[in-house]
Design a protein around this ligand. Structure first.
Ligand code: THU
Length: 136
């Protein structure tokens, strides 16, 4: 399902994600990813993928962005935009979907550039997620 709300400055989010993607530290995959998360308070935080020689220690762009936002005390989000060096739409990996789902539903914006993007909801990309309510 793809939908659009009209309140969010998708163009700004995508351009911030594209700028951040240039800082990708990805000497192993050579695959650059950039993300920009918009908070309900109206702030933007960016993140890129940071790889490691111990591959499993790498972090995705989406989790970099959320770590940046939470580190500034922000935990309420409207949307996250994701771009990559593939030039195509790049869906968030399963771990990132789970991490994002900790913070209620938000829009997931997959973009090639500021003019070409698709908007999904996190709930739609990760139905029936595990959360705090499941620990009883
Ligand atoms: N990557 C992301 O940053 N986000 C995703 O959603 C998919 C994968 C990164 C991790 C790794 O640095 C590279 O892309 C190849 O998997």
């Amino acid at each position: 399902m793809v939908y659009n709300y009209g309140m969010i400055d998708y163009k700004k989010m995508i351009n911030l994600a594209l700028a951040c993607m240039q800082h990708s530290y990805s000497p192993y995959s050579h695959f650059k990813v950039g993300a920009c998360i918009l908070t309900k308070s109206g702030n933007y935080y960016v993140g890129t993928n940071i790889e490691n020689a111990s591959y499993g220690a790498s972090i995705c762009a989406e989790r970099s962005a959320i770590a940046c936002a939470v580190s500034q005390g922000e935990t309420e989000f409207m949307a996250i935009a994701i771009v990559s060096s593939s030039g195509d739409f790049t869906p968030p990996c399963g771990i990132c979907r789970q991490v994002l789902s900790e913070f209620k539903d938000m829009e997931i914006v997959l973009a090639k550039d500021e003019k070409s993007f698709k908007v999904y909801s996190l709930k739609n990309l990760l139905p029936n997620n595990f959360d705090a309510g499941d620990m009883r």
